[in-house]
Ligand binder design. Structure first.
Ligand code: IZC
Ligand code: ZN
Length: 424
């Protein structure tokens, strides 16, 4: 018998069970499967029971005389939140760019002038692995306080073989030492480094022939991502890189149609990407293709907010049958926040996603976007014991009481890591 936790008498347990990934199952994005007066029992790092509270109590008692009770009266319980798109491993910050952007200089102008991603690349190259671990660890701590128990983490601020490997090794070390789980993505194709400004195809060759084999050889990433955008990587270059990644067993993801309509969504469908991310300017044809190919749309309304752009057409995507996930896009330039709860509010207010859809998008669909839906993203027996107790009487309250952190308790791998909103 292991360590048992009984979460008692929640106002609502939001299970997300019965997959909510619509194209594969025909289920709707608003089917959250809610239990009023619910209880959950955990044993070691697994969920063993989810249901009505009286049955949960019996289940806990049947496991032995001693178990920890967490009283969830007046609260809701959800799966640990999942952030499927971050650039969390970096050094430095870019608050000066915020002032330039307010004066009318665009995000792309800044990148073209050698700032933006390239300025974070300078800062990231300049620090040791130890400093990078320290900086990233602080961000993971903050994610945990906001109820996020798994994050995807991209490289892409190294842009040399060794510096890309350095970023990915940091993610791997943190996966071993920090309670938040990390899922790694290789994104050597994040920007053309200054050294290759006049010969971008040479850089694409470096990514394909030198970076990819090393990344795969050390088993440092599961996914391969490309910033497919006008002035960064063309559709053809992106396709070459993602196809090469596939040969090394890395599943494709794409930064698609963020700044201009560029064919990124269409490419995502063509290469069989797991997700197409951003999609602010995705074409109608691209959206239709995403639905046909079962690609998950990862939407980043915090980025649209911070760049003062119109957000993606979440309603159009959902109505077209594309499963939608949400993410912070945590990065130092276009979305410097760890508050996935703020992103949930923005999704609701600026993209008209329903509170139930927002929860699906930050749990089970986010799990699908990083290939983890069998392990996390819903409260079902056998799944990992990653849960959040929110100080909210019902789930729409999460979208209503905005701009504050409603997390009361976070359980990660069956251990209480946040209590009354504080790390323990
Ligand atoms: O550092 O600006 N869009 N990549 C693509 C980013 C934003 C991150 C950054
Ligand atoms: Zn991104």
């Amino acid at each position: 018998m292991g360590e048992v936790i009984y979460i008692k008498n929640a106002n609502q347990v939001i299970t997300m069970s019965g997959a909510t990934n619509q194209p594969k199952t025909g289920s709707k994005m608003s089917e959250i499967n809610l239990i009023e007066g619910g209880g959950v029992v955990l044993e070691n790092d697994r969920i063993i029971f989810v249901g009505k509270d009286d049955q949960a109590e019996q289940e806990a008692k049947s496991r032995g005389s001693s178990f920890t009770i967490l009283d969830a009266t007046g609260k809701i319980v959800t799966p640990g939140l999942i952030d499927p798109h971050t650039h969390i491993v970096f050094a430095g910050s870019r608050e000066r760019e915020l002032e330039w952007r307010l004066q009318g200089v665009t995000y792309m102008d800044i990148l073209k002038q050698g700032g933006g991603i390239l300025s974070t690349t300078d800062a990231t190259r300049a620090v040791t692995q130890e400093i990078l671990i320290e900086e990233t660890s602080k961000r993971l701590d903050r994610f945990l306080l906001y109820g996020v128990t798994t994050v995807e983490a991209k490289s892409g601020y190294g842009l040399t073989v060794e510096d890309e490997l350095k970023q990915l090794r940091v993610a791997r070390l943190l996966q071993e030492h920090h309670p938040v789980d990390l899922v790694s993505t290789f994104m050597g194709a994040h920007a053309i480094p200054r050294e290759y400004k006049d010969c971008p195809d040479e850089y694409v060759r470096l990514v394909i022939e030198e970076m990819l084999p090393r990344v795969a050889g050390e088993g440092l990433a599961e996914f391969c991502d490309v910033f497919c955008e006008k002035g960064v990587f063309t559709v053809e270059q992106s396709e070459q890189i993602l196809e090469a990644g596939k040969k090394y067993g890395l599943k494709p993801k794409i930064h698609a149609d963020e700044i201009v309509s560029f064919g990124g969504a269409e490419l995502a469908a063509k290469v069989g990407a797991v997700s197409a991310d951003h999609l602010l300017k995705a074409s109608k044809n691209g959206i239709r293709k995403l639905a046909e190919a079962g690609v998950i749309a990862v939407l980043l309304p915090g980025t649209a907010f911070f760049l003062r752009e119109e957000p993606a057409d979440a309603r159009g995507l959902i109505e077209a049958g594309v499963p939608v996930a949400l993410s912070t896009d945590r990065n130092p330039g276009s979305s410097p926040t760890e508050s996935l709860q703020l992103i949930m509010n923005l999704a609701c207010m600026n993209m008209r996603m329903k509170p139930a859809e927002v929860l699906v998008a930050t749990t089970i669909n986010a799990a699908h976007a990083i290939g983890r839906a069998k392990e996390i993203g819903s409260l079902e027996p056998g799944k990992k014991a990653d849960l959040v107790l929110f100080d909210a009487p019902n789930y729409p309250y999460l979208q209503y009481n905005f701009g504050v952190n409603l997390v009361d308790t976070v359980i990660k791998n069956g251990k209480v890591v946040v209590r009354e909103g504080r790390r323990i």
